[in-house]
Design a protein. Structure first.
Length: 761
């Protein structure tokens, strides 16, 4: 306890009953969670009765390593501790209880233990087939939109039947039909998507009294990290286990709730005391990561949100350097400026791995990549688990999934002709028709290929393929989990996957890399370790290890791909950056329509989430922060004028240095209003960039919204010309207007800064 603050110590020592820890950025929440786990074990709670849940494999691994350091494995009562993501925890429960619990099934179809977990690409492949089988056009029913709608329904714990019962119009009824076709296909293939893992577990715990009671008795202590990011299904799972004994500790920050678009419900943390009356609430406001000016920026910004639980944010690390706000001409000059700043930081002794460039939309990375490449600056883009997205790797994983789940038609379809064995698309189409007629799996249809009119030569190839799968499948229950690495390596060789990978290559170098990628799957399998089991549970089999390995790959997230030891600059979205930290951070594209995103401007609630997203970006930075916007940005091939984000105007003046690199010398720089005296004084003291580059302290005053404006008012803007107000959009303490300009098109402007002149009512 010696290195804990008083508030942290209170959270660790809290004994019995619900506890809410409001943990600000950099406040040591992982330290609190892991020390609390260790303390509970030393107080006599067996480790196997504790479950700690978080959101990424990376966060779970960090928590586990810290607990291992605090409570070594040889300590009595240490075995069986469960630390993992919600998805991995739910997958484990479904494998253990799902087959015997009718509540875990769908439409009366039970869930088999060897189910596959489909990633988003596999799931969308099934949705695409559902759209086609419904006789619909993908142009009118985009796969991504259908996938999102189904995901939202599942997050609300709606099955296809329940969604259909609530459908009110043609669109919803059609979507219900697609959801039903998708669900039926997933049942046939004994596969679950990410949302199914939560949905089915929540339903099981809600409706299967025996299972829920067993889990309440098993887990007497529940800890949830990043509680502000839980959706309804995750809340239901945690609450089902903890609602009777009430020994639940949740740690989170409502100010960092940024995932509403994928179902996160901020009310879970805001209403915690209603769900658990008498709960203890402890606030952690001291930031051990960032210097004073950065903390001041974040604190002043987030205070503009009306829907929040306030806590004082502070640090004892000193003020540090003031963050820079820079206005540039276009995205090319923005990227060049940021790249130069990173290069300067590197020359001053900073490591590339301690730097990051963050943005609201992934499309903004292109110009940054060009600038970094030209300067020879090493970088990586955190955009999913790229290694497991490569074709030769997905083919290898397809073999492993087909071994575990014989009715996984999606995987079987992928690998049946890898390497090429003369089983073409025509043959597969014929076998799929037979499978549909006989209501069997694709593998079942392949087993009787000769009776289905398949040529003898092709039938022999199919026989050889199926024989290989059956032979390797027979080892899964017969061998120990320790054999996983050699098992995968042997399968790769015998199935010819290295040869198939080489055949995909464009040249010798590409061939070497693809072959190495396939071999790396075996290496990853060999390095995989199953979580420690509860006392009394039999040793895991090879099949258990393979299912665990496939699950860990399927549930990997964007942030899991970040390796802080790599000597590269990280480019990533603001959403993906959550939970990470860097010495130097640049946030680019801070403009109206980008941050906040244009889709959010009509909703004060969504604007508040965008502000929280900016707050998260700022608080990733330890020492050096750069915030940029541009005057012109290319959008869909057109050069469009932009306006600085209103969020920049909410930052404290005294903690910033502002630079205008657009070449303008007017009293209005980058959409800000400056008095001539302020501009001149600052320019004389700090203008070291040559003509057009003016650097000055943030200051000046806001222009007050003009009265008499309403929908239909004709106005003039200094930059965009004459236009007509189409909508007035309240945004908390500010108001925006959507204006259709004659020459510049539609623009959303913050009224108190826009300086609109009324031409006619």
């Amino acid at each position: 306890m010696g290195d804990l603050t008083a508030s942290q110590r209170c959270a660790v020592l809290h004994h019995g009953g619900p506890l809410l820890v409001l943990a600000g950025p950099g406040s040591g929440k992982t330290r609190v969670i892991t020390r609390r786990i260790a303390h509970r074990i030393f107080c006599g709670v067996p480790a196997w009765q504790i479950v700690a849940l978080t959101f990424t494999n990376k966060a779970a691994a960090e928590m586990k390593s810290r607990v291992d350091a605090l409570v070594p494995a040889h300590i009595p009562g240490r075995r069986g501790l469960v630390i993992g993501t919600f998805h991995s925890f739910c997958a484990g429960l479904l494998r253990r209880y799902g087959a015997s619990s009718a509540s875990a099934g769908i439409g009366g179809a039970p869930l088999a233990e060897n189910f596959s977990i489909f990633d988003s690409d596999d799931a969308r492949s099934v949705i695409k087939k559902a759209i086609a089988s419904a006789g619909l056009e993908s142009a009118q029913w985009p796969v991504a939109a259908v996938a999102t709608e189904i995901s939202c329904a599942k997050n609300k714990l709606q099955t296809a039947a329940q969604y259909s019962a609530s459908a009110m119009d043609f669109r919803q009824r059609t979507m219900a039909r697609l959801y039903d076709l998708y669900e039926r296909a997933m049942v046939r293939e004994n596969a679950l998507d990410f949302d199914d893992l939560l949905l089915r577990t929540a339903c099981m715990l809600q409706h299967d009294a025996a299972v829920s009671q067993e889990l309440r008795e098993r887990f007497s202590e529940v800890l949830v990290d990043e509680y502000q990011d839980t959706n309804h299904a995750q809340f239901t799972v945690a609450h089902a286990i903890a609602r009777e004994h009430r020994n639940i500790c949740v740690v989170g920050d409502p100010d960092q709730s940024i995932y509403a678009w994928r179902g996160a419900d901020i009310s879970n943390i805001q209403d915690f005391e209603q769900h658990y009356p008498g709960a203890t609430v402890i606030a952690l406001g001291e930031n051990f990561r960032s210097t004073g000016h950065i903390v001041s920026l974040a604190d002043k910004l987030i205070r503009n949100n009306e829907s929040r639980r306030h806590k004082d944010l502070f640090t004892q690390l000193g003020l540090g350097d003031r963050p820079r706000v820079v206005r540039l001409m276009d995205e090319v000059s923005e990227a060049q400026f940021v790249a130069d700043a990173l290069q300067a930081a590197h020359r001053s002794g900073s490591e590339w791995r301690d730097m990051a460039v963050l943005y609201r939309m992934n499309a903004l990375s292109r110009s940054m990549e060009d600038a970094l490449r030209r300067r020879g600056i090493p970088y990586l883009i955190a955009r999913g688990t790229a290694f497991y997205d490569r074709k030769e790797v997905r083919d290898t994983m397809g073999y492993l999934r087909a071994l575990v789940n014989p009715v996984d038609d999606t995987s079987l379809r992928r690998i049946v002709n890898v390497p090429a064995r003369g089983i073409g698309a025509t043959t597969i189409g014929k076998l799929e028709q037979v499978a549909a007629q006989r209501r069997c799996s694709l593998a079942g249809a392949m087993a009787c290929a000769r009776q289905c009119g398949v040529s003898e030569r092709t039938a022999k190839s199919i026989d050889g393929f199926l024989t290989l799968l059956v032979r390797y499948r027979s080892e899964l229950d017969a061998k120990s989990a320790h054999n996983l690495g050699p098992f995968v390596a042997r399968l790769i060789t015998e199935a010819g996957l290295e040869r198939a990978a080489i055949e995909l290559a464009d040249d010798d170098q590409d061939a070497m890399e693809r072959k190495a990628n396939v071999q790396e799957v075996a290496n990853a399998a060999g390095a995989f370790e199953l979580p420690e089991s509860q006392p009394g549970i039999p040793d895991p089999t090879l099949g258990d290890a393979l299912r665990g390995f496939l699950q860990s790959v399927a549930l990997a997230s964007d942030s899991d791909a970040i390796d802080p030891q790599k000597g590269v600059v990280t480019l990533m979205s603001l959403h993906a950056a959550k939970g990470l930290e860097f010495q130097t951070v640049a946030i680019i594209g801070i403009e109206e329509g980008l941050l906040p995103h244009s889709r959010s401007l009509a909703s004060p609630k969504e604007v508040e989430e965008e502000r929280r997203l900016f707050f998260v970006g700022i608080t990733r930075c330890k020492r050096t922060l750069l915030l940029t916007s541009v005057a012109m940005r290319s959008t869909r091939g057109m050069r469009m004028s932009t306006i600085e984000s209103g969020f920049l105007r909410e930052l404290p003046q005294e903690s910033l240095v502002y630079s205008d690199h657009t070449g303008g010398r007017s009293a209005t720089a980058g959409g800000r209003h400056w008095t001539n005296q302020q501009r001149t004084d600052d320019a004389e003291s700090t203008d070291e960039q040559g003509d057009g580059d003016v650097q000055y302290e943030v200051g000046g005053s806001r222009t007050q919204p003009a009265c008499g404006m309403s929908v239909g008012t004709t106005v003039r803007h200094l930059q965009f010309g004459i236009g007509r107000i189409e909508a007035i959009l309240p945004r908390g303490s500010m108001t925006s207007v959507r204006v259709h300009f004659r020459t510049a098109g539609v623009r959303v402007l913050v009224l108190e800064y826009a300086k609109l002149e009324i031409i006619a009512g």
